[in-house]
Design a protein around this ligand. Structure first.
Ligand code: PEP
Ligand code: MG
Length: 735
C-alpha cells in the first residue's frame, strides 16, 4: 500500500465516523483517535490558526497538557510548523512523547492549522508517513472549513474569552466612509472533494481543463489587449508553466494515486512548494508564485467557473490580499465604495490610484481576506480605520450621518476655493496637483490648483495595449496641456519598473526590483524610448513652456545624459523646422540618497527639483515601500528623514532653484505642515487631498511651526507624530 492508499484507508474510517457521530466535539475527538490508530501512535492533536499570529488547540487525543491551548507563531514545534508552512519531524520534543511529526493544514497558501501525531517511544517516522499526514492535513483543512465546524470553532474561541468582533481595526490609507457588498478579489477555488471514484474521468477532466486553459491563454496573449486583473505581463510565464509536461505528469500521478483532479493540482503545488520554498533563491520563490497563479487558473477551469463576469449592480467594497493598480481598474470604479487590502501599505500604487478615485482604503486587517465572503455587507470607516462586517442598522445610521458630516466638510472646502493658498501669517504656498489617470484631470477645475507638479506619464503607458508611439503620446500630453490652460505642467519621463509594470513588457524577474533596472535606468539604456518620449513632449508643448522632470536620478552624470537627450531632440526639431516650445525647463526628482550628496553640483544644471518622498524614504531607511511588515517600523516624521528634507530645501534655496515635494507626504496634512516648517513653499498633492491641505495651510503660522520643527529635529524619538499631532491640536491647525 502506498502513502495515498494508506491515508485513504484512514480517511474512509473518519468519513464513516463523521456521518455516524452526531456531537461535534465527539466527532473531532474520535477523528483524532482514528488518525492516531491509523499511524499506530499514542496521540494526535489539531491546532487552528486565529488571526494569522497564533494557534488555538482545537481537538486532541492522547495528549494531556504537553502543549498549551494557545501558541504563538514560531513558538514550539507547532508554531514553527504554522510559521514555516512546512512539515517537521522531531525526536525528544516533549518529555512524555519522544517522537513527533506535524504538518501544516494549508489553505490559500497560509496555515489554517497544524496537525500533530506523537508517540511515547522513540521511533523513526518515515517520509511515507509524513506524506500520509500531509494528505490527511489536506482533508482536515476542507473538513474544518465546513459551516458546522466553523460555527463550532467560533463558539470554542469565544468560550476561551477571545474577542472575535464584527468590527475590525485596520490602518487608514485613504479617508472616507463607504457601505457596499463585498467583492473578494481572488481567483482561487476551495477544495471540495479530495478522493475520486473514477480515475479515468479525473484524467479526462484534467486534460480538458488544460486544453481550454491554454487555448484561452494563447488567445489572451495574442490579442494584445490589456487584460485587467489577468495581467498580460505574466502571460508568457503562465504559458511556460501552463504547458509544462513535468507538472502535468505530477498531477496525473496524483490522480492515479486516488485524488480528484483538483486535489491532485493542490498536491503537486504543495510538493513543489515544500521542495523550493525553503531556499533563499528569490528567483525560485518568484517561480513558485507564478506556479501558484497557474494552479489557481487551472482549478478555475476544472470548476467550469472560468468566465467570471466582473460587473456588479450595486455599490461594492473590494477586498483583496494584495493588488496592483491595474487590478483596481478591473472593476467599475464608480461603484467602488471602499477598498480593503490586507497587505496594503500607504505608498503602494493601488492605494495612490484609489486616493485619486476618492475611494476610502483600509489596510492591514489580518485574516479579513479569508473571512469576508462575497456579497456580505461591509461598512468602511476610513476615519477611524474600522471595517464592519454585516453592520447593524445602528451602524448604518451612524454611517449615514457621517456621510452627511463629510458632505458638510466638502461644502466648507468648496467655499475655500475662492481664498488664496496662504498661511495665517501671509506666506504664499504654491499648491500643485499630481496627475496620472484621466479622471485626475477633473481636479484641475474643481481645486483651482496652481499647476501640475507631477504628471506620471507611465500611467497612460500602463493602461495602453502596446507601447504608445509618438503620435499616441502626443495625444495624451496634449489632452492634459489643453485641460491645464495657463497652469504649468511638469511631465515626468517614463518611470516604470519595480511595482509599475507595463503589460506588454516581460516581467524582468529581478532579485531587488526597487533598486533594479527601473525608471531612468531603463530609458537611458533603451534610449529610443526616451528620445521618442522627449519628441512627443516637445511637439505637444509647441509654442508653450515645457517642463520635463527625470525620475530616480542617482548621479549628476545621469541627469546630464537625460537632459542632453532632451536637448538633442529639441535641436533636431528645430532643424526640421518643427514648432518647438517657447521655453524648456529641465528638472529631476530627488528620490535616491546619493544625489543629496551631490546636490550643489546638480543644482547648477537643474531648473527645478521635486522630492519623491515615497522612494526617498524607502532608500533612506532601506525599507521596501510595498512591504507591510515594515511600514510601521520607520516614520518619515522622524529626525533622520526630516534632516535630509531640510538639507535639500536649504541647498535649493541657496542655489535659487525651485524646490517642491510631490511624494505622498505632501498629501497628508500633518506631514505637509512639517514640510512647510522645514522651509518648503511648493507642494504637489493628490487632487483628492487638495482641499484638506489647503485648509491646513490657511490655519498654519509658518514662524511658529518652523521654530517647533527646529526643536524636533534634535529629538531621538522613532516617530515625532504624537508631538506633531498635539502641536496641531493646541494651535488649532486643521489636519
Ligand atoms: C515618489 O517616489 O515619491 C514619487 C512621487 O514617485 P512614485 O510614487 O510615482 O514612485
Ligand atoms: Mg518614485
Amino acid at each position: 500500500m502506498n502513502a495515498a492508499t494508506k491515508a485513504m484507508a484512514i480517511l474512509q474510517k473518519i468519513q464513516q465516523d463523521i456521518s455516524e457521530n452526531k456531537d461535534i466535539s465527539d466527532k473531532l475527538e474520535h477523528t483524532m483517535s482514528l488518525i492516531a490508530q491509523g499511524f499506530d501512535v499514542d496521540a494526535c492533536a489539531c491546532y487552528i490558526t486565529v488571526d494569522d499570529t497564533y494557534l488555538e488547540l482545537f481537538c486532541k487525543f492522547g495528549f494531556e497538557d504537553e502543549y498549551k491551548t494557545n501558541i504563538r507563531y514560531g513558538e514550539t514545534i507547532i508554531g514553527e510548523i504554522a510559521a514555516q508552512r512546512h512539515s517537521v519531524f522531531c525526536n525528544n520534543s516533549a518529555e512524555r512523547f519522544k517522537s513527533v511529526i506535524g504538518s501544516p493544514m494549508l489553505r490559500w497558501n497560509k496555515a489554517a492549522g497544524v496537525i500533530l501525531i506523537a508517540d511515547k517511544n522513540e521511533r523513526h517516522f518515515t517520509d511515507e508517513e509524513m506524506s500520509m499526514l500531509e494528505t490527511i492535513a489536506m482533508f482536515l483543512t476542507t473538513f474544518f472549513a465546513t459551516e458546522e465546524i466553523n460555527a463550532y470553532k467560533k463558539k470554542l474561541i469565544k468560550s476561551r474569552g477571545l474577542n472575535l468582533k464584527d468590527r475590525l481595526k485596520g490602518v487608514v490609507l485613504n479617508k472616507g466612509f463607504g457601505v457596499g457588498c463585498a467583492v473578494v478579489h481572488r481567483r482561487r477555488q476551495a477544495l471540495i472533494k479530495i478522493f475520486a471514484e473514477d480515475k479515468s474521468l479525473e484524467l479526462a477532466r484534467l486534460e480538458d481543463a488544460k486544453v481550454r486553459m491554454n487555448k484561452k491563454l494563447d488567445e489572451k496573449f495574442n490579442s494584445t489587449r490589456l487584460g485587467l486583473g489577468e495581467h498580460t505581463d505574466i502571460l508568457e510565464t503562465y504559458r511556460m508553466f501552463a504547458k509544462d509536461k513535468g507538472w502535468y505528469k505530477k498531477i496525473s500521478d496524483n490522480i492515479e494515486s486516488g485524488l480528484t483532479a483538483e486535489a491532485a493540482v493542490e498536491r503537486a503545488y504543495e510538493d513543489m512548494w515544500n521542495r523550493l520554498s525553503s531556499g533563499s533563491d528569490s528567483y525560485l520563490r518568484e517561480r513558485l508564485l507564478d506556479l501558484r497563479d497557474v494552479a489557481d487558473r487551472l482549478l478555475m477551469f476544472l470548476s467550469g467557473n472560468d468566465n467570471a463576469d466582473k460587473s456588479y449592480n450595486g455599490d461594492i467594497i473590494v477586498v483583496a490580499q494584495t493588488m496592483g493598480p491595474a487590478d483596481l481598474m478591473d472593476y467599475d470604479y464608480k461603484k467602488i465604495r471602499g477598498l480593503i487590502i490586507e497587505e496594503g501599505t500607504p505608498t503602494m500604487h493601488v492605494a495612490i490610484v484609489a486616493k485619486a478615485l476618492n475611494i476610502p482604503v483600509i489596510a492591514k486587517i489580518r485574516g479579513i481576506f479569508k473571512d469576508v465572503k462575497d456579497d456580505e455587507l461591509l461598512a468602511i470607516d476610513g476615519q477611524e480605520g474600522y471595517v464592519y462586517i454585516n453592520p447593524t442598522d445602528d451602524i448604518k445610521e451612524k454611517f449615514k450621518s457621517k456621510q452627511k458630516d463629510m458632505a458638510i466638510v466638502l461644502e466648507q472646502l468648496e467655499k475655500l476655493k475662492k481664498y488664496a493658498n496662504k498661511t495665517s501669517d501671509g506666506v504664499k504656498i504654491k499648491l500643485n496637483i499630481n496627475i496620472g489617470l484621466d479622471f485626475d484631470m477633473d481636479y484641475l477645475e474643481s481645486t483651482r490648483c496652481d499647476g501640475i507638479g507631477l504628471y506620471r506619464t507611465e500611467i497612460p503607458f500602463m493602461s495602453s495595449d502596446k507601447m504608445p508611439d509618438v503620435d499616441k503620446q502626443i495625444s495624451f500630453y496634449k489632452k492634459l496641456i489643453d485641460r491645464a490652460g495657463n497652469k504649468s505642467v511638469i511631465f515626468r519621463s517614463l518611470d516604470v519598473g519595480s511595482d509599475k509594470l507595463l503589460p506588454y513588457w516581460n516581467n524582468m524577474n529581478e532579485d531587488n526590483p526597487a533598486i533594479g533596472w527601473r525608471s531612468i535606468r531603463i530609458t537611458l539604456d533603451r534610449r529610443a524610448i526616451l528620445r521618442k518620449q522627449m519628441k512627443a513632449f516637445l511637439r505637444a508643448s509647441a509654442g508653450k513652456e515645457l517642463r520635463v522632470m527625470f525620475p530616480m536620478i542617482a548621479s549628476l552624470d545621469e541627469f546630464l545624459e537625460a537632459k542632453e537627450t532632451l536637448m538633442l531632440e529639441y535641436e533636431k526639431e528645430k532643424r526640421k523646422n518643427q514648432a518647438v516650445p517657447k521655453s524648456v525647463k529641465v528638472g529631476l526628482m530627488i528620490e535616491v540618497p546619493s544625489v543629496v550628496f551631490q546636490l550643489d553640483e546638480i543644482l547648477k544644471h537643474a531648473d527645478f527639483i521635486s522630492v519623491g518622498t515615497n522612494d526617498l524614504a524607502q532608500f533612506i531607511f532601506a525599507c521596501d515601500r510595498g512591504n507591510p511588515r515594515i511600514t510601521d517600523r520607520y516614520d518619515v516624521l522622524s529626525a533622520p528623514f526630516l534632516r535630509v528634507l531640510r538639507e535639500i530645501v536649504k541647498k535649493a534655496d541657496k542655489a535659487g532653484v525651485s524646490c517642491s515635494v510631490c511624494g505622498e507626504m505632501a498629501s497628508n496634512p500633518i506631514e505637509a505642515m512639517v514640510l512647510i516648517g522645514l522651509g518648503y513653499r511648493q507642494l504637489s498633492v493628490a487632487g483628492s487631498a487638495y482641499s484638506n491641505i489647503k485648509q491646513m495651510i490657511r490655519s498654519l503660522n509658518v514662524q511658529d511651526i518652523s521654530d517647533y520643527v527646529q526643536i524636533l529635529l534634535k529629538s531621538p524619538k522613532r516617530t515625532l507624530r504624537p508631538q506633531l499631532l498635539s502641536y496641531a491640536f493646541d494651535h488649532a491647525i486643521a489636519i
